[in-house]
Unconditional design. Structure first.
Length: 163
């Protein structure tokens, strides 16, 4: 895992992310949320965009880590962090890329001594939910988001009890 390095990589991750989310309930081409998903350079200016690349430098996936409050925060405690817009290229699914990206966000949150790590997903993203369960995130329905196009289910990982 590493941080995003170039505008070209941002464009590639934007395309990959939009493709991963297109077709989910309520997300169709031209959807404003898909536009947001594709705006990786804009996210990188306000948050941390991490990418996974294979041994040949091919983009395998990406995620946005939100360190505290800001335009991409979907939480209201400045001591918390967020994980957003996790996407894995189809050829790399089932190979641990998604898990590694989530673990990279957890490691950053721990290193920054964040209290909690928040994320949102959809009911259709069963593979992602399995990752979150394995990594001990819990459902937080009180923080679900009901957007015009899509319903997002909240999950949180409590980091405050860790030494």
């Amino acid at each position: 895992m590493r941080e995003l390095r170039s505008a070209e990589e941002a464009r590639a991750l934007g395309t990959l992310t939009v493709e991963a989310y297109t077709g989910l309930a309520g997300l169709t081409p031209g959807s404003p949320y898909l536009d947001e998903l594709g705006a990786v350079e804009r996210r990188a200016a306000a948050a941390v965009v991490l990418v996974a690349v294979d041994g040949d430098g091919r983009l395998a996936g990406g995620v946005t880590y939100v360190p505290g409050l800001g335009p991409y925060a979907e939480f209201d405690d400045p001591d918390d962090a967020g994980l957003r817009m996790l996407a894995v290229a189809p050829a790399y699914r089932g190979r641990g890329v998604g898990t590694a990206l989530v673990q990279a966000c957890i490691a950053r949150a721990r290193a920054e001594r964040r209290r909690r790590l928040w994320l949102h997903t959809t009911a259709e993203m069963a593979a992602a939910q399995r990752i979150y369960a394995r990594l001990e995130f819990r459902r937080a329905p009180e923080a679900d988001l009901h957007l015009p196009e899509i319903h997002l289910l909240a999950y949180v990982l409590d980091l405050s009890a860790e030494g």
